[in-house]
Design a protein around this ligand. Structure first.
Ligand code: KIV
Ligand code: ZN
Length: 530
C-alpha cells in the first residue's frame, strides 16, 4: 500500500514573492480556490509581516478556504509569529511556519549570530509558535549548505520545542540528488523524536534539479513536499507542483507514495496562474506546456495514432488539458462551453456563461473553427474579472511612420466618462499615455510581450504588460484580434489593479506601520533584516 504524501503548495508565498508574480487580494483568493479544488493538503498563503496586503490576503484565505491546512510564514521572532497568528487565527486548520537560517554562510554574513544564539532562537520561536497554534513547521533555511551535525542540533531543538513538521530547504538550489536524499536520512536517523514529526522537502531550481531533488527527498523519508504551480518562485523557481505530482503518479511503482491531488485540475491551475500573473510557461514545459503532448515527428505521430502509449506516458486528459485544439461548433451547448472554460481555468457564474454563450454563437457564425484562444479572448474581452475603477469606452489610434502616433481613449469611472488623447512614437505608447492622463497615475512599462495564439490569419494575439505604478509592479494581460487595442486594455488592467490596490491599502483600518519599538525589536534580532 503506497504511503500518502502531503502536498504543501507555496505558490502564494514563495511563488508570489518572486519578481513579476505578485497578485492582489482577489487574485490570491481566486488562486487559493483553485488550489483547494486541486486538493492540495496545505496552502502557504503568505508572509503576513511582509506587508498589510500579505496579512489581509492570508486572513481572507483563512476565513474562506476551510478544507486544507492554511500556513503563514514567520521569521523566528515574536513579532513575526504574532503577525502570522493574527492573520491565521480564524483558519479551520492553521499552521505557523517559522524559519531561521542555519548555514555558517548565513550566520556569518547575514545574521551575524553564533551557532548557540541561533539554537536559542529556534527553541524560543518554535516554542512560542506552539503556545499559539498546535501545528508548527520549522525550516532551517539553507539546510542544504548547513554543517550536518549542526543541522541535526537545530532540528533537535525544533522538535523538542514542539515542531510538528520539519522542512529541510535547499534554499539556493545547490544540492545534488544523493546529497539531498542523505540529508533526510541523517536527520531521520539522528534526531530523537522524529517518529512524531513529518519531514518535508523544499527545493529551488537554480541548477534545474528542484523536482529531481524533491523525489530524492521522498526517497530519503520526506512525507511532505513543498512546491508551486508552474514552478514559480525565487530566482529560477521552486519545484513545479504539477511535475512532482505527475512523476509520483506515473512512477508510484518506484517511489512507493501517492498524493491526493486531483490531477485533472493541474492544467486549469496552471492556466489560472498564467492569467493572474501574466507570466506564461514555456511551450515545452513538462505536464502543462502547450507542446507537452504535441507530436511533431512523423514516426511519433504514426505511433500515437496506432496507440498513444507508444509516445505518451501521460494522457493530456489526465491533467485536465483539452486534448484537441479544435473545439465546439455552433451547435454546441452551454454545458460543453462551461466545461471547456473550466478546463481553461475559468469558473464562470451563470450570467457569465449566458454572456459567453451569446458571444460564442456569434463568433461561431463568423468563424469556421473556434479555438481555445478564441474562447479566452471572448471572456477576456467580454467581462471584468476584477473590480474595475476605469472601464474602457473608446479606443482609437493612428499609427504613423514619422514617430508621431496618436491615441484617443475614453474611460468611464463612477458613471462619468473622461476622454483624452496623447501623442508618442508608437500607437501603443500613445494609448498608455492617454490612459495615464485620465487615471492620473502614470505607469512605467517594465515588460511588454506579444505572441500569437492559435493558428491561421484570423488567430488572436496575447499581450502581457508589466508596469510599475508608484513603485509597485502590476501585470495586465489581454487577448484580442487587435494587438494595439489589446495592449491598451492590458495596460488599463494593470492600471486598474494598481488603482484598486492603492485605494484598498489607503482605506485599510490597520495600515499604519508597526510601532517603532516593534521595528526596533526586529532590528535587534535581525540586523540588516533577513
Ligand atoms: O527557500 C527557503 O529556504 C524558503 C524558506 C522560507 C522555507 O523559502
Ligand atoms: Zn524557498
Amino acid at each position: 500500500m503506497p504511503e500518502t504524501l502531503l502536498i504543501f503548495d507555496t505558490t502564494l508565498r514563495d511563488g508570489e514573492q518572486s519578481p513579476g508574480c505578485s497578485m492582489n487580494l482577489e487574485e490570491k483568493l481566486e488562486m487559493a480556490r483553485q488550489l483547494d479544488r486541486l486538493s492540495a493538503d496545505i496552502l502557504e498563503a503568505g508572509f503576513p509581516i511582509a506587508s498589510e496586503g500579505d496579512h489581509d490576503a492570508v486572513r481572507a484565505i483563512a476565513e474562506e478556504i476551510r478544507r486544507p491546512v492554511i500556513a503563514a510564514l514567520a521569521r523566528a521572532n515574536q513579532l513575526d509569529i504574532d503577525r502570522a497568528w493574527s492573520a491565521l487565527k480564524s483558519a479551520a486548520r492553521p499552521r505557523i511556519h517559522t524559519f531561521l537560517a542555519t548555514s555558517d554562510i548565513h550566520l556569518q554574513y547575514k545574521l551575524h549570530k553564533s551557532r548557540e544564539e541561533v539554537l536559542r532562537m529556534i527553541s524560543f520561536a518554535v516554542g512560542y509558535a506552539r503556545s499559539l497554534c498546535p501545528d508548527v513547521e520549522f525550516s532551517p533555511e539553507d539546510a542544504g549548505r548547513t554543517d550536518r551535525s549542526y543541522l541535526v542540533e537545530c532540528c533537535h531543538a525544533a522538535v523538542e520545542a514542539g515542531a510538528t513538521t520539519l522542512n529541510l530547504p535547499d534554499t539556493v538550489g545547490f544540492c545534488l540528488e544523493p546529497e539531498y536524499q542523505q540529508m533526510f536520512q541523517d536527520v531521520k536517523a539522528r534526531v530523537p523524536g522524529m517518529e512524531r514529526v513529518v519531514l518535508s522537502t523544499h527545493t529551488h531550481d537554480d541548477l534545474g534539479l528542484a523536482v529531481a531533488n524533491t523525489l530524492a527527498g521522498i526517497r530519503g523519508g520526506a512525507r511532505q513536499v513543498e512546491c508551486t504551480i508552474n514552478g514559480i518562485g525565487e530566482r529560477a523557481g521552486n519545484a513545479a507542483l504539477e511535475e512532482v505530482v505527475m512523476a509520483i503518479h506515473v512512477r508510484r511503482d518506484a517511489l512507493g507514495v501517492e498524493t491526493g491531488i486531483r490531477a485533472e485540475e493541474l492544467y486549469p491551475a496552471s492556466q489560472l496562474l498564467t492569467r493572474l500573473t501574466g507570466v506564461s510557461v514555456q511551450r515545452n514545459k513538462a505536464v502543462v506546456g502547450r507542446n507537452a503532448f504535441a507530436h511533431e515527428a512523423g514516426i511519433h505521430q504514426d505511433g500515437v495514432l496506432k496507440n498513444a502509449i507508444t509516445y505518451e506516458i501521460i494522457s493530456p486528459r489526465t491533467v485536465g488539458m483539452p486534448s484537441n485544439q479544435i473545439v465546439l461548433g455552433k451547435h454546441s451547448g452551454r454545458h460543453a462551453l462551461m466545461k471547456r472554460y473550466e478546463e481553461l481555468g475559468y469558473r464562470l457564474t451563470k450570467p457569465e456563461i449566458e454572456r459567453a454563450y451569446t458571444l460564442f454563437t456569434q463568433l461561431a457564425d463568423r468563424k469556421k473553427n473556434v479555438y481555445d484562444e478564441d474562447l479566452i479572448a471572448l471572456v477576456e474581452e467580454g467581462f471584468d474579472h476584477l473590480p474595475e475603477l476605469f472601464t474602457l469606452k473608446l479606443f482609437q489610434s493612428v499609427s504613423s511612420s514619422d514617430g508621431r502616433s496618436t491615441a484617443t481613449v475614453a474611460l468611464e469611472k463612477d458613471g462619468q466618462v473622461f476622454q483624452d488623447s496623447a501623442t508618442a512614437e508608437g500607437p501603443c505608447d500613445a494609448g498608455f499615455r492617454a490612459i495615464d492622463r485620465i487615471t492620473k497615475t502614470p505607469g512605467a512599462i517594465v515588460d511588454f510581450s506579444v505572441h500569437t495564439m492559435g493558428p491561421g490569419v484570423d488567430g488572436v494575439a496575447e499581450v502581457v504588460i508589466r508596469a510599475r505604478f508608484q513603485g509597485i509592479e502590476f501585470a495586465g494581460r489581454f487577448i484580442s484580434h487587435n494587438v494595439v487595442e489589446a495592449a491598451a486594455r492590458a495596460y488599463l488592467q494593470a492600471a486598474n489593479k494598481a488603482a484598486y490596490e492603492l485605494r484598498r491599502t489607503a482605506n485599510s483600518p490597520d495600515r499604519s506601520p508597526a510601532p517603532f519599538h516593534e521595528n526596533e525589536l526586529v532590528n535587534r534580532y535581525f540586523p540588516g533584516g533577513y
